[in-house]
Design a protein around this ligand. Sequence first.
Ligand SMILES: [Fe+2]
Ligand SMILES: [Fe+2]
Length: 191
Amino acid sequence: MKAFALPEVLNRLHREHADFARLLDLLDRQLALFDRGAADYDTVSAILQYCAEYPDAVHHPKEDLIYRVLRSRDPQLAAEVGDLEDDHRRLGELTRELASLIERALAEEMVDREEVHGLTRDFIRRYRHHIAREELHVFPAARQVLSEQDWAAIDKELDSGDDPLFGEAVADYFRDLRDDIDELAALAGGD
Ligand SMILES: [Fe+2]
Ligand SMILES: [Fe+2]
């Protein structure tokens, strides 16, 4: 392990994982409500919209960039931690699939409740597993292999788009979602 400080890009990705974990907790709560016939589809839809707008469009491409450098430096280690780009593609597909199912439910079309439950549960499980894999395997491998110059080049190349939900300026259309997340976090913290 190299002795330099944690690269800023990894700091940021790590903070974003903590934010996504709170989002997944809210989705988990909606799944429990769904099983009692009381889910709020607008909330679920907003969660999925955010996943498409930020994790899929900004967060995952940053990780892909790190992964590609790791693969070019140490293909064997990259293979051991798994194909991150493929994982991101699959998560993106799952997001779109679930979003379209929820849109149909919002439009009051007939949807299979088992399918909604199963896909939502899979989505939560796979996202959490994905984040854990990055934290436990991919990021440590990248820290081990990438040089300070690599991180500086990555930092330079990255455009850090603003997070419309957890960033300083919350987009109007995510205001309610942000309130729900903060409320759930306050409940969990016993406030
Ligand atoms: Fe990722
Ligand atoms: Fe990530």
